[in-house]
Write a protein that binds this ligand. Structure first.
Ligand SMILES: Cc1cc2nc3c(=O)[nH]c(=O)nc-3n(C[C@H](O)[C@H](O)[C@H](O)COP(=O)(O)OP(=O)(O)OC[C@H]3O[C@@H](n4cnc5c(N)ncnc54)[C@H](O)[C@@H]3O)c2cc1C
Length: 386
């Protein structure tokens, strides 16, 4: 088992205390009401320094690295899957800026992203470009120092509350991947967006309620040319390489935190629910489920720690990051399903926390690269096809 350093253990414990005290008590009702993570909770997360975990000290961050991302994400997600997902937007944007931003872009946005005062979202997906991310149609045409955007985006999570959205746009039709650029779209906060040039509609979902996802419509929305990441067109895919290992590892720890919460609720329920004169954990069918759940969670966690550790050592882990995303997401699916099964009919009642875990787990194998696509990427690597 990977040994966590005392600093990382301390961070994990502090995050767990925060999650138990501030996140878990409000998560269920907010989920049931389909309400977003409240502003005061967001402010408390900022005060805790969660948005600053990754960014280097040079830019006002804590510079704690990938292992810190892993433990913070797991503990926040154990409280509420949506809360574990929230800081990832700022971490990703800050990393993109650190690696590829111009000096002016870093100075303009990094302090706000690190403190949490600025909220970020990412918009890549479109109606015809999901797994096939390079098939985007949204255009950004440069006119007198300004990019003018036209097109429709899908599933932009946190778009309403974000101040900046890293947006995939087509700046050239000549090359599929090489014609795509990353523009930082600045907008005002709110569900109204900035009509008529930028409007959005909330996509209702069965879970992941703490952050709402939007379809966005750009109709002549103007973005200054200085908001082009790194100031060079056609680099979006290369620039994303800087974040995708981290994004997959981080997503895996969201799944691990979610599965841990589901397992804990099933464990507790199995000890208190009595049938045939004894707690149901005494039945082999149930206790073996619990054993499998605990084992699978730990296997995912240890694989995730290995990936994070290697990232912190500067070792390339594109293959392993895909593996842990695939494994942890499918593990969370299974564990949440078994947790509902252990709760019997109670697990099917919408009011129960275990039902929330189960609903949230539906996203695990879809977001951040579907299981099918992850398998294909892994297969290509192990077959030496690229
Ligand atoms: C709640 C939620 C939040 C999201 N948030 C964001 C966000 O903030 N920003 C953002 O940009 N996107 C976001 N997404 C989009 C997400 O990344 C996509 O849903 C995902 O990439 C899959 O794309 P798709 O839904 O278009 O499915 P498709 O790509 O159409 O896939 C449909 C099915 O076909 C399979 N498939 C596709 N291609 C292949 C292939 N080559 N081989 C085998 N099988 C294949 C898929 O695995 C899947 O089973 C979000 C999605 C959801 C549901």
């Amino acid at each position: 088992m990977a040994l966590l350093s005392s600093d990382i253990l301390e961070l994990k414990e502090a995050t767990r205390a925060f999650s138990d005290g501030e996140v878990a008590p409000v998560a269920q009702q907010l989920h049931l009401d389909d309400k977003e993570i409240p502003d005061d909770l967001l402010a408390k997360m900022a005060d805790m320094g969660f948005f600053a975990v990754l960014a280097s000290k040079e830019y006002g961050g804590l510079g704690l690295g990938a292992m810190a991302v892993a433990v913070v994400t797991e503990e926040l997600s154990r409280g509420w899957f949506s809360v574990g997902a929230l800081p990832a937007r700022n971490w990703g944007s800050a990393l993109l800026l650190e690696k590829h931003g111009t000096r002016e872009q870093k100075e303009r946005w990094l302090p706000g992203l690190v403190s949490g005062k600025l909220q970020a979202a990412h918009s890549g997906t479109e109606p015809e470009a999901g797994s096939d991310a390079a098939n985007i149609k949204t255009t950004a045409v440069l006119q007198d120092g300004t990019y003018v955007l036209h097109g429709t985006k899908m599933w932009c999570t946190h778009a309403n509350r974000a101040d900046i959205i890293s947006t995939f746009c087509r700046t050239s039709k000549d090359s599929k991947h090489g014609g795509i650029s990353m523009l930082f779209v600045e907008k005002v906060r709110g569900d109204q967006f900035m009509p008529p040039q930028l409007t959005g509609s909330h996509i209702k979902t069965v879970g992941y309620h703490g952050m709402h996802s939007y379809q966005l419509f750009f109709d002549g929305f103007e973005v200054p040319a200085s908001n082009l990441l790194g100031g060079v067109e056609g680099q979006a895919f290369k620039q994303l390489m800087a974040v995708y290992e981290l994004a997959r590892m981080q997503f895996a720890f969201r799944c691990i935190g979610l599965a841990q919460a589901a397992y804990e609720s099933a464990l507790e329920y199995s000890q208190s629910r009595v049938q045939f004169g004894q707690p149901i954990c005494k039945f082999q069918a149930i206790r073996h489920k619990l054993a499998d759940m605990a084992t699978q969670i730990e296997a995912a966690r240890q694989l995730g720690y290995m990936v994070a550790q290697k990232m912190d050592q500067g070792v390339r882990v594109d293959l392993e990051a895909g593996m842990v995303k695939l494994f942890a997401s499918e593990m969370a699916h299974r564990v949440c399903h078994e947790a509902v099964q252990i709760h019997g009919g109670t697990g099917f009642a919408i009011d129960t926390a275990v039902n929330r875990y189960w609903r949230d787990s539906g996203l695990c194998t879809i977001g951040e690269g579907t299981s099918e696509v992850q398998r294909e990427v892994i297969a290509r690597r192990i077959l030496g096809e690229r």
